[in-house]
Write a protein that binds this ligand. Sequence first.
Ligand code: GLP
Length: 260
Amino acid sequence: MEIIVLPTPEESSRIAARLVAKQIRHKPHSVLGLATGSTPLMLYRELIRMHREEGLDFSRVTTFNLDEYVGLSPEHSTSYHRYMQENLFDHINVPEKNTHIPDGLTEDIPIFCEGYEAQIQASGGIDLQVLGIGTDGHVGFNEPTSSLASRTRIKTLTRQTLSDNARFFAGDVEQPHHVLTMGIGTIMESRQVVLLAFGSGKAEAVAASVEGPISSMMPASALQFHPRTHVIIDEPAANKLAKADYYRWVYGNKPDWQQH
Ligand code: GLP
């Protein structure tokens, strides 16, 4: 794992955007795995800026999103379909047919999930997966005790995640308890992972995932087995890491050829 601690979410998101841009420039038909939530918003804003000002071209890119709420239509104000349209897809030149998000309204969940996995395989597999992390260590919506070998499937959210995400469900919009999510096994097959975490609320989950034992109780800890994961976090999210000084030193002394 490469752990990059930067002063602000803005700087962290800029480095993450550079990694994504580098991937796309190196391989224009890259397959990206995308995340939702508040964390990747600045990364998406930076990618939109790079598209507009630097000609970053998404015309051959394919995307697969991690997850979606069961029961929400793509047009629903809090669906992840809507989130992706509004925060990224409407502002870049990725062809709609190349974007994939689990269908929260599918009538046959097991068949849909199997098909989603097959589509990822058929596309050549995910080159770079963007991840956030839940306060309970979930990635995608793989809650604690998710099998570390799991594939795309339905999951039930924990009370902690429901309460963390309640802020997105204003007024009388009912918050679904069930979701479709790529599995940990699916995520682990991506060739490169960029995990972002900001704020002190994520510090415990970050420390446990990066430095703690590998356990399904802390799903992101599975990434310790991933050969190419960049964990990019701001200072508050780093404040429970035992080796934070070491990570800062390593990053500060990276040779030029290794810079992101
Ligand atoms: C959500 C998403 C995750 C996200 C995480 C953190 O529930 N399913 O993909 O990484 O929880 O959310 P946030 O970035 O808003 O803190």
